[in-house]
Ligand binder design. Structure first.
Ligand code: R5P
Length: 310
């Protein structure tokens, strides 16, 4: 097994390497002066089971291109199997046509990864499960619940908890978690007037005097979460927390979260945290390295991954 890292999240790869007790294979990723990317894997990978770790997070196009070129380098280096480990799969939100003459970019990116030569994909909490079908190679789409669930139990013992989906699209994810921890469920009926701006309409469910936990796959501008937190507070929630898998947190999002009614926003390290995120009083990052490491090990040993979620 060979574990190799792109530039997007070297800290996460280091933690996966620690979990697996496998060193990170030396890989030289350079830019030409016009910013073309060049990748050279510095160790022999012939016949090896290779795992290239790269989130296609900001700068998403550079990180995506780096992933594609690295896959090509591994393929031409005769790796036996190439698994693209993509903890955060950027472009996932573009999973359908939203109007005439618009793309389905998630499908295009899936095609690119497959055409580059990946044999399989290991990813975490895809925006929509159906994106797995955009690939004609096996995809393992991990759920973050084995990481979030024990942490929520530990943080809120003996308190009435209500798991809240911040929009109708996230109900399945929220219901799954609520069921596992035996909590109530509420849903926010959100209407988005235009891209990047969200508006809360209605809270469906009883949240009064409860600890409300918003769960979502992505926090980007922070609009969805902060508006939802405000709506829950207005409905009498005792306190509002959020557990979100991918902390994209672009633009003024960190500032927005800091000034919101959110007591705490917990994100994973699928995307490397910026200094601003680390300094925020109400943002905390927890590690998904053991989950990804264990899944990688099971892929390598041809063992079940679904057992991780029982
Ligand atoms: C939307 O369907 C996603 O699940 C997230 O709710 C959304 O991407 C969050 O975006 P923002 O933080 O910009 O409101």
């Amino acid at each position: 097994m060979k574990l190799i890292s792109g530039n997007s999240n070297k800290n996460l790869t280091a933690l996966i390497s620690e979990y697996l007790d496998t060193p990170v294979t030396d890989c030289n990723i350079k830019r030409f002066s016009d910013m073309e990317i060049f990748v050279e894997v510095m160790e022999n990978v012939r016949g090896k089971d290779t795992f290239f770790v790269q989130s296609t997070s900001y700068p998403c196009n550079d990180n995506l291109m780096e992933l594609l070129i690295a896959i090509d380098a591994l393929k031409r280096g005769s790796a036996r199997r190439i698994t693209a480990v993509i903890p955060y799969f950027g472009y996932a939100r573009q999973d359908r046509k939203t109007g005439g003459r618009t793309p389905i970019s998630a499908k295009l990116v899936a095609n690119l990864i497959t055409a580059a030569g990946a044999d399989r994909v290991l990813t975490l909490e895809l925006h929509a499960g159906q994106i797995q079908g955009f690939f004609d190679i096996p995809v393992d789409n991990l759920s973050a619940s084995p990481v979030f669930e024990p942490y929520i139990r530990e943080q809120f013992p003996d308190q009435p908890i209500c798991i809240v989906s911040p929009d109708v699209g996230g109900v399945v994810r929220a219901r799954h978690l609520a069921k596992r921890i035996g909590a109530d469920l509420a849903i926010i009926d959100k209407r988005r007037e235009k891209a990047g701006v969200s508006e809360v309409m209605n809270v469906i469910g009883d949240v009064k005097d409860k600890v409300c936990i918003l769960v979502d796959d992505i926090v980007d501008s922070g609009g969805t979460l902060c508006n939802a937190a405000g709506a829950l507070e207005a409905k009498g929630a005792k306190e509002v927390h959020a557990y979100v898998v991918h902390g994209v947190l672009s633009g003024q999002a960190v500032e927005r979260v800091k000034n919101s009614p959110l007591k705490k926003l917990v994100i994973t390290n699928s995307i490397e945290a910026t200094e601003e995120m680390k300094a925020a009083h109400n943002i905390e990052q927890i590690s998904i390295a053991p989950l990804i490491g264990e899944a990688a090990r099971r892929i390598s040993e041809e063992r079940s991954i679904s057992e991780l979620f029982k």
